[in-house]
Ligand binder design. Sequence first.
Ligand code: COA
Length: 186
Amino acid sequence: MSALWSGNRDRDRDDDRPNDRTAPRQRLLREMTVADLDEVMTVEVIAYPFPWTRGNFIDSLAAGYAARVLHDAVSGELIGYFVAMAGVDEMHLLNITVAPAEEGRGHARFMFDALIVLSAQQGAHDLWLEVRESNARARAADLHFGFTQVGTRKGYYPASFGRREHAVVMSLKIAPPAAEANDALE
Ligand SMILES: CC(C)(COP(=O)(O)OP(=O)(O)OC[C@H]1O[C@@H](n2cnc3c(N)ncnc32)[C@H](O)[C@@H]1OP(=O)(O)O)[C@@H](O)C(=O)NCCC(=O)NCCS
C-alpha cells in the first residue's frame, strides 16, 4: 500500500462467523463515488491507526484511480472497498479494507479477485502493494493470495510516538485475460 495506506489490525479470526464459502451471500461491487465517502470514512477511521483522510479518497477519485465499494446486496451495508492506481504495465493497490465486523468471510479475497480481473483487462502484468511490517494479518492474507515479498521500504509509514515503520513490498504476477492468451497462441 502507499504511505497513506497504513493498516495494522492484527486480530484473531472470529471462527464463530460463517466463512464465505459455507454461507454464500449476495454482494455488490461497484465504482466508488464521492457520495460513498461518509460511509467509507466510518470504516476507514476504525480500521487503521493512521487512516486515509476524506481528501485522500477525493484526490484518488479525481485522479481516476480504480476505486470500488462492496456492499451487502440485501441490507445495503458497506462491507469493504479498495483503491488502486494503474501505471504502465502495472497496478498498485493503495487501500483495501474490510469492515471489522465483516472480517474473515472471504470479502478481501472477493475484492482481490475483482481487482486482478480489472488489472488484467487494463494490461497490467504485476499487482503491487505495500503493507506495514507489523500487519501480520494482512501479510498472511496477501501471502495466501499468492503475493511474493519483493523488498522493504525503510521507515515508510508513520507510527506511534513519532516513530516510523518499515513497509513490506509485495507483488503478484497477473495473467493476461483469456482472449489475449488465446491470441498469443495463434
Ligand atoms: C486484511 C483484510 C483486508 C483481510 O480481509 P478479510 O475479508 O478478513 O480476508 P478474507 O476473509 O478474504 O481472508 C483472506 C485469506 O487470507 C487468509 N487469512 C486471513 N487472515 C489470516 C491470518 N491471520 N493468518 C493466516 N491466513 C489468514 C484467509 O484464510 C483467507 O484465505 P482463504 O480465502 O483461502 O480462506 C482485513 O483484515 C482488513 O481490512 N484489515 C485492515 C486493513 C488492512 O490491513 N488492509 C490490508 C490488506 S493487504
